[in-house]
Design a protein around this ligand. Structure first.
Ligand SMILES: Nc1ncnc2c1ncn2[C@@H]1O[C@H](COP(=O)(O)OP(=O)(O)OP(=O)(O)O)[C@@H](O)[C@H]1O
Ligand SMILES: [Mg+2]
Length: 285
């Protein structure tokens, strides 16, 4: 992913047409067949095959022969495609450095003339890491690309729903697997030593309550997804979030609250009763 900007600059209009056609047709085909590219890009079969080989060489697409030759995005290809769209919309002007790279995302900072310093998070839910290519999970005929885009969409929608009600980074844009938010100048809870842990725990419980009131359960809340600074705290990382009323909402809520309480007890010896907090969050106390 380090070379995403160089790869991005090396793409021609024809490459872009191929990538566009993958994006438009991946809902119907796990691997978008060559005839679709021939039709949509107005190129010969030889030309299309040449471009697909080149894009595979850049690790942007994966080509596969079944009854026909078809192509799908790799995580890198989908990310480059999403980045192109963000730049074209003038959402961001320059991608910066990697801030973090995990199993399910790669997070960059970026500069935006319009929005200042921002964060671009490229989702990669379901994509096998290169080491594990052989252990692909079975997702039926849906390509990872679709799942990954769904994860980004879910995160963006949760942020939009919550912004202004609970403390989350301002959502700016969503394209493909990329979600752009404001950059918050704060550090993960597990990386700081709090001076007033009781107070911070109260603030976090208050955020969980506000999110619940707004109809959202985070689903992956922990000391790693809470950013803190002298100015306040922010809840991040929403791809797993569910609506209140969803069949797993109560279970997720209990896990979220339990994670937070357990962390404060272990790290600071601050104790809270799980059921009492749950009642408070749900407006029952
Ligand atoms: N808006 C933001 N402002 C500042 N830092 C951010 C922001 N969003 C994300 N980060 C940083 O990037 C890290 C990863 O982001 P996030 O938690 O959303 O993704 P993730 O899926 O947990 O990633 P990973 O797979 O690496 O755990 C965060 O822990 C945080 O340090
Ligand atoms: Mg996280």
């Amino acid at each position: 992913m380090q070379d995403i900007v160089e790869v991005y600059s090396a793409l021609s209009r024809k490459d872009e047409c191929i990538m566009n056609a993958i994006f438009e047709n991946m809902w119907d085909f796990e691997y978008v067949p060559v005839h679709v590219f021939i039709r949509e890009c107005g190129m010969s079969e030889e030309k299309v095959e040449g471009l697909l080989r080149r894009l595979a060489g850049l690790r942007l697409v994966e080509n596969k022969y079944t009854e026909y030759l078809g192509a799908s995005f790799t995580f890198k290809g989908l990310s480059v495609f999403s980045l192109k769209r963000l730049v074209r919309r003038n959402v961001i002007d320059m991608l910066g450095k990697i801030m973090g790279e995990g199993k399910e995302s790669v997070v960059f900072n970026a500069l935006s003339e319009r929005h200042g310093e921002v964060v671009v998070k490229f989702h990669r839910v379901g994509y096998p890491s290169f080491k594990k290519v052989k252990e692909k999970r079975d997702y039926g005929t849906l390509h990872y690309t679709v799942l990954t885009i769904r994860s980004a969409k879910r995160e963006f929608q949760a942020l939009k729903r919550l912004y202004g009600y609970a403390s989350v980074p301002r959502p700016i844009a969503w394209e493909g697997n990329a979600v752009v938010t404001e950059l918050v100048d704060a550090r993960e809870l597990n990386k700081v030593r709090l001076e007033e842990p009781e107070h911070v725990l109260e603030l976090i419980i208050e955020e969980i309550r506000k999110m619940y009131e707004r109809g959202v359960v985070h689903g992956d809340l922990s000391q790693f997804n809470i950013l803190v600074s002298e100015e306040g705290l922010w809840i991040i990382d929403f791809p797993q979030s569910v609506d209140v009323g969803d069949e797993v909402a109560e279970e997720y809520l209990e896990r979220d609250v339990s994670n937070v309480i357990t962390y404060f007890e272990r790290a600071y010896g601050v104790k809270k009763d799980l059921n009492e907090v749950l009642r408070y969050v749900k407006g029952e106390a």
